[in-house]
Design a protein around this ligand. Structure first.
Ligand code: AMP
Ligand code: MG
Length: 421
């Protein structure tokens, strides 16, 4: 890998690392962070770091699945609306309140959904298939009647859930590496977990440089522009499971930048000033106070990307042009943050294979990140290639990677489109 010069300002990149070399360096820097115990109420979106086994059956008892009558299915044989079979009602079972006795032939127990199945019963007859009314006495229809008439046959085993039908004790309910979904939290709660072991979230600092920048929420005026990268990066970091420790804007001054990049964290994202201009102090500062391992990568956009370390932190120097910044995040920062946080390092984007409706031009030896739209099942390249036009990424449905060995992807070629949604 070409060794970066300590000071490349106004000299340009003599040589660039390949994307592969940059990724190889990056991958060697990151491994899954250690575990921590997280309260279940805060665990949605976190990444499990061990298999979770259930110590209990869920439910821990057989339970009624309908409001109706627990009975012996054999007692329903031959029942129809015109051949009603009477049973005597012994009492009732409610959710959380079992019936103490046992059901025998000719008997039933009134049950509500979720109630423990009474002993002896082997089916639940739904209330709709019964009648309380004595046809000879219409006033007799009372809900706590001592008897009930069966209007339909029912096989044994019907309308009740068995112990362990949801979760069997000893089984793995969720695997290590799972990013917890809301329903996972429900399952973990149902087996009685109060906390779960999760991968510690990568702690990320975002430092946005540029004298021309105005903070979030400011309407741009004069020659100043509002910071697009800070809020975009913060959203990306959170999407990838990172914790944003700070999001700071600093002037293009060595002392201000140095102070900002020396704050401890797992991953430091610096936007702007990463290239070879006079105001691009970050690479030299990093080379002096840490390590600048990669600077200048054969890709477009994001060529002026830098990778390195300072203290215990992994550092990503990202170009200020917002499309470059997004691309550098997609190629390098996101991958590092996901790996640290125990997620798959690959892109979290869905991809589809579709044919190009126009050609994509690149250059040999350079990887291109081309924004595209999907129109009528075809891939339309977005004309604007400028890295400063961030709205090209919001109009885009996704992007296509033109590999280093290709100079052009011709019209009609089937390509992989990574979808932003
Ligand atoms: P730089 O990488 O600092 O040389 O900036 C390259 C271009 O991106 C310049 O036009 C900057 O004004 C612009 N730029 C830098 N940082 C940001 C930012 N945070 N948000 C929007 N544009 C930016
Ligand atoms: Mg700048």
């Amino acid at each position: 890998m070409p060794h970066p010069n300590a000071d490349v300002r106004m000299r340009g990149f003599v040589s660039r690392s390949t994307v592969e070399e940059a990724l190889a360096w990056l991958d060697a820097q990151v491994a899954t962070l250690p575990a921590e115990e997280c309260p279940l109420a805060a665990a949605a979106g976190r990444v499990l770091c061990g298999n979770i086994e259930s110590d209990v059956d869920v439910p821990g008892f057989d339970r009624a699945m309908m409001d109706g009558y627990a009975l012996l299915a054999a007692d329903t044989i031959g029942a129809t609306p015109t051949n009603r079979l009477p049973l005597s009602v012994l009492g009732q079972a409610l959710p959380g309140a079992a019936f103490a006795g046992t059901v025998a032939h000719g008997q039933a127990v009134r049950v509500m959904t979720g109630a423990p199945m009474p002993n002896g019963a082997d089916a639940v007859l739904p209330a709709e298939l019964t009648s309380l009314a004595d046809p000879s006495n219409p006033q007799s229809s009372i809900p706590n009647s001592q008897s009930v008439q069966v209007l339909a046959e029912l096989p044994a085993g019907k309308n009740f859930g068995r112990r362990g039908e949801d979760i069997v004790r000893g089984t793995v309910v969720l695997p290590a590496g799972r990013r917890l979904r809301p329903q996972d939290i429900g399952v973990l709660s149902s087996i009685g977990r109060a906390t779960v072991p999760v991968v510690r979230r990568p702690r990320v600092r975002i430092v946005v440089t540029g004298d021309e920048l105005l903070p979030l929420g400011t309407v741009p005026t004069g020659h100043r522009i509002a910071d697009a990268n800070g809020p975009m990066l913060a959203a990306l970091v959170r999407r990838d499971g990172g914790e944003v420790l700070s999001q700071e804007m600093v002037a293009d001054r060595r002392d201000a930048i140095l102070a900002a990049i020396q704050q401890p964290c797992d991953v430091l994202l610096v936007s702007g000033g990463s290239s070879v201009g006079l105001e691009d102090h970050v690479p030299t500062l990093l080379a002096e106070h840490g390590e600048l391992a990669v600077h200048g990568i054969a890709m477009r956009p994001s060529s002026p990307t830098g990778l390195g370390r300072i203290g215990a932190a992994l550092v990503l120097l990202m170009p200020g042009n917002p499309v470059s910044c997004l691309c550098a995040y997609d190629f390098f920062a996101g991958r590092a943050i996901r790996t640290l946080g125990g997620l798959a390092r690959d892109w979290p984007y869905r991809s589809v294979r579709l044919k190009l409706a126009g050609q994509l031009k690149s250059a040999k030896g350079r990887v291109d990140y081309a924004r595209v739209m999907v129109v009528d099942g075809h891939v339309e390249p977005i004309g604007i290639s400028g890295a400063s036009v961030l709205s090209s990424t919001t109009r885009a449905d996704g992007f296509v990677i033109v590999p280093a060995k290709r100079e052009v992807l011709p019209l009609g070629e089937e390509v992989e489109v990574y979808l932003y949604d």
